[in-house]
Design a protein around this ligand. Structure first.
Ligand SMILES: Cc1ncc(COP(=O)(O)O)c(C=O)c1O
Length: 404
């Protein structure tokens, strides 16, 4: 999908490339330094009083906020609303999971229910299930491709406050219809949160389709180099972000550290360039794997054969840097491939400039019962590949020698 530039806004890569600190706070470096101070000094008692009463703006204490956090927050809010006549507020956290937990804690109250897609990131499922009983929050899972099932559940369970989707999803790369899900959520007085980690705002903007909250593990494409953990909650409801989500972050101390926010900012500068290369490399690898005799199926939204290809074309600018594929030889073939890869790095993360490979059945999803795994297409022979921005021939040559 084409993204239009509004006359008032700068280009996507102009926003990521420059370090423009908020005016009025009297710092104007060209490239962001790391502000490692835990606290900030006031020039007078009167100024301190005004700041604490909320009548003047200044940094107070780094658990509340700091310049490195605000710099990436302002960039991400602009990127998630790029080309839209909308404004958003982003808050940066120490990880994707702390962002998710801040949203959960600020939005849900005892007696509420959350309706989540069945095939989201495993630790998100673990989080929901772990806190459900203690917070008296009901967790319901559904197949978000089955919109009738989603609507029936919303009709029956009047206490659903939040729909939680991840698109593209992990590791089978399905695409879910944000526009329809947002419409359903709003019809039944619920909110829609979208985990936008796999796409990044360069490829997909959930606010464009009516989502209420966007979650990121910024550890992945936004940082892009695998150098730090971080996460975001973003919403167009500024008041809710400033009063509720910010308060949880301040009370629980889960703000991203200045150093990690600085690393994140450096990574974000090249987001557009990296995403373009991730997408073109991944498409080439998907085509290569499709022809491979040892491979029975390739899951990549960019392939016409993918059942969600048409939806992804409408919802995304391009199809992303992650694919998965099924080896005919099952679990044994998966393990053999993991033993033989040399160039592709054997690790469970994704979204870095180098290619990362993993075997969900023996690694990220080994604790999920086989029947449950297979229900969501996570078969014994499934391999997940996060394709980097290297020379794509090197990735394919490594896969070729390792699959043999
Ligand atoms: C889609 C998705 N969401 C959230 C997370 C959690 O992020 P973090 O590891 O930064 O806490 C991950 C981590 O892999 C992820 O893949």
């Amino acid at each position: 999908m084409k993204q239009k530039k509004t006359s008032a806004s700068q280009g996507f890569s102009s926003i990521t490339s420059q370090d423009n600190f908020s005016k009025g706070k009297q710092i104007n470096p060209h490239a962001a330094p790391i502000y490692t101070s835990s606290t900030y000094v006031y020039e007078s008692a009167e100024k301190a009083q005004q700041v604490f009463e909320g009548k003047a703006e200044a940094y107070i204490y780094s658990r509340w906020s700091h310049p490195n956090a605000e710099l990436v927050e302002e960039k991400l809010a602009k990127l998630e609303t790029f080309g839209l006549e909308q404004k958003a507020k982003a808050l940066v956290f120490s990880s994707g999971m702390s962002a998710l937990s801040a949203l959960f804690q600020s939005l849900l109250r005892p007696g509420d229910a959350i309706l989540a897609q069945g095939n989201i990131y495993g630790t998100s499922v673990d989080y929901f299930n772990h806190y459900a009983a203690a917070f008296q929050i009901e967790v319901i899972y559904a197949d978000f491709a089955n919109l009738r099932e989603v609507e029936e559940t919303l009709k029956q369970k009047k206490n659903i406050r939040l729909l939680y989707t991840e698109t593209p999803s992990n590791p089978t790369l399905n695409c879910y219809n944000v526009n329809v899900l947002a419409g359903l959520a709003h019809r039944y007085q619920a909110k829609l949160a979208v985990d936008n980690t796999f796409a990044s705002p360069y490829l997909q903007q959930p606010f464009r389709f009516g989502a209420d909250f966007v979650i990121h593990s910024a550890t992945k494409y936004l940082n892009g180099h695998g150098t730090a953990l971080s996460g975001f909650v973003v919403s167009r409801d500024r008041k809710f972000m400033e009063q509720e989500v910010w308060k949880i972050r301040k009370l629980t101390g889960t703000i991203c550290s200045p150093f990690d926010a600085w690393l994140l900012n450096n990574g974000m500068k090249t987001l557009a360039l990296r995403m373009e290369k991730h997408c073109s490399n991944t498409f080439s690898v998907a085509k290569f794997l499709q022809k491979h005799t040892a491979v029975s199926k390739v899951n990549y939204l960019g392939l016409k054969e993918h059942p969600d290809h048409t939806l992804a074309k409408k919802q995304m600018k391009n199809f992303g840097g992650v694919l998965s594929f099924d080896l005919k030889g099952g679990y044994k073939a998966g393990l053999k491939l993991m033993k033989k890869v040399r160039f592709c790095k054997l690790t469970a993360s994704l979204g870095t400039i180098d290619t990362l490979i993993q075997h969900p059945a023996s690694m990220s999803h080994h604790f999920v019962p086989k029947a449950q795994r297979e229900k969501f297409g996570i078969t014994d022979g499934l391999i997940r590949l996060s394709v980097g921005i290297e020379e794509v021939q090197d990735v394919m040559a490594d896969l070729e020698q390792a699959i043999k």
